[in-house]
Design a protein around this ligand. Structure first.
Ligand code: ADP
Length: 241
């Protein structure tokens, strides 16, 4: 599912957090929103998700204007920096949660949910941890469970907010590689927020460089390097925190 953002503005009181954002996010690709802290990345992601509403402008999923559609009807999956797993539920129950909480008329039968969970556990290579609780997992394992949970309901769009930000460098590298291969296999449309340029360049098909609520540049990672006169990439490093 492609995403089109059309002349979006977001004000918090008098503060204009997003200024005339227009952007095409192609279907089946990984798009990074890259920029320093406070540049508006999370706000844009939350508006795409429907967790926050725009002050002006439209969001389209494919041909459908979803600007007024609530989050539960947008068919998006989320992964946050701090996992947001349910502490009192096992890994398997966390993954099943999205399916179990579907309205009765669309909810798959119990046996099918169990099968889906098994498949997802295989996919994240953690079938042996199905009965553990989040507190018994490492950070990297928790984030893999969070990803499986986000994918359980087969969202059209996967949104990730600094998904590897809380992990140490080695785990982060593994998870990046792993997200990339998962993505190449399943072809969901993903948008992820990061202030880590290396991560954006390594993981994504398209990088959207943001600064002070505006888009500075949109390009393939390889072209960001090549572009003469770009304010990106290395200048930009200076004010990333
Ligand atoms: P980033 O994700 O790039 O760090 P954010 O989207 O979180 O940036 O924030 C962009 C700007 O909007 C920041 O200046 C932030 O302080 C402001 N902002 C974000 N959310 C709110 C809010 N709920 N109320 C007021 N200001 C906000």
């Amino acid at each position: 599912m492609s995403i089109k953002i059309d002349r979006l503005n977001k004000y918090f009181g008098d503060f204009r957090a997003l200024q005339d954002i227009s952007l095409d996010i192609p279907e089946g690709r990984l798009t990074a929103l890259l920029g320093p802290s406070g540049s508006g990345k999370t706000t844009l992601l939350r508006i795409i998700a429907g967790l926050e509403s725009a002050t002006q402008g439209r969001i389209l999923f494919g041909d459908r204007d979803v600007s007024q559609v609530p989050v539960k009807d947008r068919n998006v999956g989320f992964v946050f920096q701090h996992y947001a797993l349910f502490r009192n539920m096992t890994v398997a129950d966390n993954i099943a949660f999205g399916l179990e909480s579907m309205p009765a008329r669309s909810r798959p039968p119990k046996a099918e949910i169990r099968k889906s969970v098994e498949r997802l556990l295989e996919m994240i290579q953690l079938p042996h941890l199905a009965k553990r609780y989040p507190a018994q997992l490492s950070g990297g394992q928790k984030q893999r469970v969070a990803l499986a949970r986000a994918l359980a309901t087969r969202p059209d769009i996967l949104l990730l907010d600094e998904p590897f930000g809380a992990l140490d460098a080695r785990v982060r590298k593994d998870l990046r590689r792993w997200l990339r291969s998962l993505h190449d296999e399943f072809h969901f449309t993903s948008v992820f927020v990061t202030h880590d340029q290396e991560e954006a360049l390594e993981l994504s098909d398209q990088v959207v460089v943001m600064s002070q609520g505006q888009i500075e540049q949109v390009d393939a990672p390889t072209r960001l390097y090549a572009r003469p006169g770009s304010r990106f990439v290395f200048d930009f490093l200076g004010h990333v925190n």
